[in-house]
Design a protein around this ligand. Sequence first.
Ligand code: NAD
Length: 492
Amino acid sequence: MKKHKLLIGGEWVDPQSGDWFESVNPFTAAPWALIPRGSKPDIDRAVAAARTAFYRSDWRGLTATARGAMLRRLADLIAAEAGRLSEIESTDNGKLIAEMRSQLNYIPQWFNYFGGLADKIEGRVIPIDKPGVFNFTREEPLGVIAAITPWNSPLMLAAWKLAPALAAGNTVVWKPSEFSSVSALVFGELFESAGFPPGVVNIVTGYGSEVGEPLITHPHVAKVAFTGGDKTGEHVYQLAAKGIKKITLELGGKSANIVFDDANLDDAVKGVVSGIFAATGQTCIAGSRALIQRSIHDQFIDRLLDLAKTARMGNPLDASTQVGPVTTRPQYEKVLDYIRIAKDEGAECRLGGAPATRPECGTGWFVEPTIFAGVKPEMRIAQEEVFGPVLSVIPFDDEDEAVRIANDTIYGLAAGVWTTSIRRALSMSERLEAGTVWINTYRAVSYMSPFGGYKRSGIGRENGMEAIREYLQTKSVWIDIAGNVPNPFVMR
Ligand code: NAD
């Protein structure tokens, strides 16, 4: 098993603890790599390296155009390594090789787009209301950014933070999930090759309490960019608040995929299946509640079952597999717990509802694609994030009821609407309380389009022009051009 190292100040180093922990392949349930167990002394060194790099002329003194070119060089290196990195991700977190390949082939676009934006960060000249004064704004980087990422799309969700943070001129200490750190550490090799000075990006692996907390609370960290569960997010927010730190939180969801009776049902069935069973339901945007108009409810469920039953489970490294394992043992147990809860609550299990024991699932943590019908909006299975291949089907009568049920959750990450009515599509896109609304499609994301949560699904936006502002602060500069100092006892 390869024993990995931390990236601090441009050097690959052992953790101060002298400890490593195993990263486990979810398909075999066997360890396959050793991850450094970082702790506070490593964070102290990494933040110091990032802070030094932030002020050093080989980063701070770069023109924005040169900085952008560095990001685009990184994009080319990622593209060249996409095959290797996607195999590592698939082995480490059990997500389908087909999905990880498409993510890795897409990730360079984040560095191209934000690399392109680097020299388009402009201030403004304000036609100020006071005579004899010139006033303008500068958009400046924040300093050291703490990037904390989850296990489900390790590199893609890191790219959403690193690309805008670096384009804006910040430096970064990145803590990947303890369940999926290998790809981050291999990715770390590319920064030096792309020409980033040492310390601009540092990677410290380990557990949330041992690495995440000292990182968030470090006095020299200016901002926390976090993706993870909402309970962790709440804790992270509290820790960051003590230091009055800037924050973005990308948290969980309980997204509704709403099918009206005027929809193209072939498309809608595929959309609902892709919303929940793709990625084994382990995406923040999982369409885990299917709201189906009552007039088509029964026939829609039949069609859903027909398609979901055909899902091929198995080795995520096999390109024909459609549903892979659950990534971690605790997550596997959590999913099975929710299945028990749903049954106890009286939901009707129409498909799956158990661990998958098919021979092609080997020794991995597999759960059968599961569909519950007769789910009531107030049931826990309809309110809480499962983060697994478990769908709750809820009937509704009309648009008002669909909106009421869809919005009746603490989350607001995404929603899908299936309809052929343009009036309904526009009206629903306005009425749904979600950061992303998809009409007649699902699970589409882009580096160009803002992504983030309403309500408890998060704070701030990643991707698109909005994202770079999350890594900048505005300075207002006043210059006297009149050449006389007015009455010093009166505000100018
Ligand atoms: P998690 O909250 O358990 O962990 C996320 C990260 O936070 C990990 O790196 C973890 O080590 C770290 N962490 C844990 N405790 C911490 C602490 N006390 N202080 C600092 N850091 C700590 O989430 P997960 O299980 O890895 O990922 C699944 C969750 O992420 C789901 O809820 C999912 O919805 C959410 N998610 C959200 C998005 C989004 O963009 N909105 C995307 C993907 C996943």
